[in-house]
Design a protein around this ligand. Structure first.
Ligand code: GLN
Length: 534
């Protein structure tokens, strides 16, 4: 029988609920339990694909091509599992389903209402994580996005309240993650905001079983006593989650306070010792680097620290592998259009140009790539970064001065990138994209082949434009090696340069598949090359 853990957040957003959910997933998985994590985002967007990275950070792409909240990236990295579109639920998605059922007459004349129809659909989306014909999961963790008190979160809270009644008290656990501010002048940690948040939860019928405290300083015994008394939570169920230098330490912090055993006991799961040895080793390495390397990540969303989350994490993972600390210098493309590139990239040992859409910042990226190519600085181009890499080459080596992607200039006489054939004719309100996992065949003898050590790889995608194969011979003659291609569609997946320490562009996003204990080979190899420049 599957057990369910529901995680809610109190007082303010951005207190690391996602990391908490992911960490709980990890400490349960380390006990040999089969776990998955689902995110419920109460916004009306059907998925995260249409949201600006300035507001919500990156969209995380799953194997099956869902554009999801970045928390799914944390879940995958912590529990080392590939999630699917079913792990991401939004109000938009729920309403979409309910309304299309209504249009088909599936409610048989009933008045369609938030309770029970919307709440039923929310509950069904949780239960769907168990697949017919497959053994049930041991634990499903559900993180409810937003903060208690948000109007839009109410149907989700109502659904998880009903859930306990539906399947029995002993099968459900509510965990509240809350914030405790420190008032400097009074030298005191304040529990009042959390008390209010829990009061609000209780008014809708949810009594949290455990409380995870994100406090700005250590909680005193008296504060814990007070919370326990006012909020009706046993003292041992009040767990501190202090700020840590790395998110990867969080499972250890929680485990050391007995959270794992407590959850096992409360949910009557089989008792088992956790095996966090590998995880601890990884965190130890992360905290004890013996080298340092400076990597520039150049993009237009740089002002949002979450916009390139998976790339940052992939660099951290590669750093753990190489025992080095990766200093990520985030450079705004606006800066590159006008200023002296040499000065901006001074002291940089590697340049990454991430994915992106629309013209803004493209010319700055192309200038940076030229600098990296001419000055032998390792360069990794991801999706749009790869496209810019080939545009730069076309303009400056092939002398096709107006070479461009049709995304940036539909009238260019040298359309190096054009809209993917396979997407033509697909009309979706949102615009079609090539999303999710696709195969790529690697050519023997190339750097890409050496990095992956195999002929076939699967990587995740999110793009509309692809290399225009009409230009392929011209590029090859000038020294570009097309080392990866999708054999079915002939879409170019990887290009590389040989007369350079490391110059690779990828049409896919390797960052989504990197894990702390298993860095993505492309990032590991890129960092190795960058380290040689130190
Ligand atoms: N805008 C480019 C395309 O659609 C690149 C997309 C991306 O970088 N994710 O092809």
């Amino acid at each position: 029988m599957t057990k369910y853990i529901f995680i809610t957040g109190g007082v303010v957003s951005s207190i690391g609920k996602g990391i908490t959910a992911a960490s709980i997933g990890q400490i349960l998985k380390s006990r040999g339990l089969k776990v998955t994590i689902q995110k419920h985002d109460p916004y009306l967007n059907v998925d995260a694909g249409t949201m600006s990275p300035f507001q919500h950070g990156e969209a995380f792409i799953t194997e099956d091509g869902a554009e999801t909240d970045l928390d799914l990236g944390h879940y995958e990295r912590f529990i080392d599992l590939n999630l699917t579109r079913e792990n991401s639920v939004t109000t938009g998605k729920i309403y979409n389903t309910v309304i299309s059922k209504e249009r088909k007459g599936e409610f048989w004349g009933k008045t369609v209402q938030i309770i029970p129809h919307v709440t039923d659909e929310i509950k069904a989306s949780i239960k769907r994580l168990n697949k017919p014909g497959q053994p049930p999961l041991d634990v499903i963790i559900v993180e409810i996005g937003g903060t208690i008190g948000d109007i839009e979160g109410l149907p989700f809270l109502e659904a998880i309240r009903q859930f306990r009644n539906d399947i029995g008290k002993e099968n459900v656990l509510y965990i509240h993650v809350s914030f405790f501010p420190y008032i400097k002048s009074a030298k005191e940690i304040k529990s009042k905001p959390t008390q209010h948040s829990i009061k609000e939860l209780r008014s809708i019928g949810i009594q949290p079983d455990l409380l995870i405290c994100r406090a700005q300083a250590r909680l005193t015994v008296s504060v814990k006593d007070k919370i326990s008394l006012f909020c009706d939570i046993p003292k041992e169920g009040i767990i501190e989650a202090e700020d840590v230098s790395s998110i990867y330490e969080m499972p250890i912090i929680l485990e050391e306070q007995g959270l794992g055993d407590l959850i096992i006991k409360m949910l009557r799961l089989p008792e088992q010792k956790p095996d966090l040895q590998e995880w601890r080793k990884m965190v130890y390495r992360l905290y004890h680097p013996d080298r340092r390397v400076n990597i520039a990540v150049i993009g237009k969303y740089i002002k949002s620290k979450d916009a390139y989350m998976s790339i940052n994490e992939a660099l951290v993972h590669a750093g753990i592998y190489h025992n080095c600390r990766v200093e990520i210098k985030r450079i705004d493309t606006d800066l590159l259009c006008k200023n002296d590139i040499k000065r901006i990239l001074k002291g940089i040992q590697g340049v990454i140009i991430p994915g992106g859409f629309t013209t803004k910042g493209v010319e700055g990226k192309i200038r940076a790539i030229r600098y990296a190519r001419e000055n032998q600085i390792p360069f990794m181009g991801i999706c749009l970064g790869m496209q810019c890499g080939l545009i730069e080459f076309a303009r400056n080596i092939l002398n096709l001065t107006d070479a461009n992607s049709m995304e940036f200039n539909p009238y260019t006489s040298h359309p190096i990138f054009k809209q993917l054939e396979e997407l033509k004719g697909i009309t979706s309100e949102k615009g079609a994209m090539r999303l999710g996992s696709y195969a790529c065949s690697l050519t023997k003898g190339t750097l890409a082949y050496k990095i992956y050590e195999r002929d076939q790889i699967q990587e995740r995608h999110r793009h509309l434009y692809g290399f225009n194969n009409h230009f392929l011979p011209e590029f090859e003659q000038a020294g570009i090696i097309f080392s990866g291609v999708n054999l079915e569609s002939k879409i170019i997946e990887i290009f590389e340069l040989t007369n350079h320490p490391w110059f690779i562009g990828m049409q896919y996003h390797p960052e989504y598949k990197s894990r702390p204990n298993r860095p993505h080979p492309m990032f590991a190899s890129f960092l190795e090359a960058a380290l040689k420049q130190v």
